[in-house]
Design a protein around this ligand. Structure first.
Ligand SMILES: [Zn+2]
Length: 79
């Protein structure tokens, strides 16, 4: 869970980094042995998601923007 607080220093962009997650795609293995399409292939395939590291870092960028009331006026419901 991310706790949001409006920026204090006038910055409209905020970055939150969270590191060391296990790659779900390869289950932390960093790759796969063989290829399902060719059973004889025992070549080690590097995981395209974590690029072989087996771990993932999360980077969340939060963009703050002014509340524009004009946008709300356009959202008129016809029903
Ligand atoms: Zn992976």
């Amino acid at each position: 869970m991310i706790w949001l607080t409006p920026p204090v220093y006038g910055s409209k962009e905020e970055r939150i980094e969270s590191r060391g997650y296990t790659c779900e795609y390869c289950h932390g293995q960093g790759g796969f042995l063989g290829d399902r399409s060719s059973p004889n292939d025992s070549e080690w395939k590097i995981c395209p998601v974590c690029e072989g590291s087996g771990k993932m870092d999360a980077e969340v960028t939060i963009k703050w923007k002014p509340n524009k009331r004009e946008n709300d006026k356009q959202r008129t419901h016809k029903y």
